[in-house]
Write a new protein. Sequence first.
Length: 465
Amino acid sequence: MKKTVPLILLLIPMLLFGQQSETFDLATFNPPAGWKRESVDFAASYLITNNKTGSWCRLSIYKSIISSGDPRTDFKSEWKNIAEKEFQGISASAPETITDDGWTATSSAGKYSWQGKDAFFSLTSISGYGKVVSITANMNSEEYLQDVQRFMESVQLLKPEDYTANIKGDTNQQNGIVSNQTNVPAVFSANEMGKAGTQGISKSTTNFDDGWVAQPFADYVRVTKGNVSVLLHYAIEITDELRNSGDVEGNLFDQLLQPRYTISNIKKFENELYCYFCIHFYEADVVEKSTGKKYYAGFRVITESGISRCIEILSPSKQEFQREFPTQEKIAALIGYNKFAVTKADLLGTWETSSGSYINMYNNLTGAYAGMNSASAAHKFIFKNDGTYFSNHKGAYGMVGSTTFFDQKYNGSFTVTDWDISATKRFEGKTDVFWAQYEAVRGGRVLHLTDKTASGIRYSLVKTE
């Protein structure tokens, strides 16, 4: 079964050949021979370059995420998050769709300019069994098309172990894809939308002093205390489609709760008529479809910087819910329980982050344009098994045209305890001690470091090697 789109041959992965295969998340495949493997927590990539001709190609397969229930919606979201963020001005050709064995593959390709020449990018998002797997090809020469085709033909997808085929309630199944009126993710058994995991965190259970216990799962962190259970859903990007719906929070309520519960007696928090920091909170009686268990549920949505964090609370009764959460501040504080200890074994490797901002300046008397002020920075930490580290901090700031640049490098030794990292030979040869913790995210973890003596120095790092 094959379909083509302009520039690059794309097809749903179905077959495996005899050569040595590798596995990443739900995908087993044959990587191109001689290509360099690069990996991060959320993707595995294979890269080849030709130093004589300057040609190159990169193949990437991304860790599965939860599906919206609609393959076209999944593709639009992945194209926006992967292609449009990475390649300025790229536009997709008309998507083509193939369905087989419960999986639906949606493919498209585009062209963009790289160093003054044409480069090509393709995306195939494969939806089924409540999950989405995305595969991309990025190249500046069509000489690699056959390698891309062979790679795609070799890919085989495993059906997620946590998918429940026998779903109760008002849902329909066709070709293994669960859909309903709200196009929401599939229902998973025992109130778990993803199986328990570690997100790469060795110490993946945190026992807090106040009695709460946190554990990461594939799609959320579960926090429990007595008979109360809280799901801290991983951040959801507010897409234009979601924003244009006119009710972001209501749609998130439907997306995350409606598939798994029969809901009644919904009560919405009443804000003032004109509120700036509005509180988006729902309460309801719910019955879990997969088990028949009854709960009193709370659902809080906190949105900032283009993402929403959703807090789902399940309590045996309304009285116990109100006793544990007498105020909205107590509910909002639950976000802080996505916190896990650091170990040396987890820390080894390369961690990076970057940021930037700019502001246009105008004369407050004349209104005349006064130039642009900008700031950008990139930070890298490399932690080695022998107890040494290297870090590089570089960037630029100031008015455009008179920009100040900096580039600082440090080499020293480091030690790790659960919540601290000490690093020697920092600025002026001093030892810095950082508060350290992991935040679980979809497909991995973020390392947060805060300088104990200068709390304004903070790094939120992702592992790149």
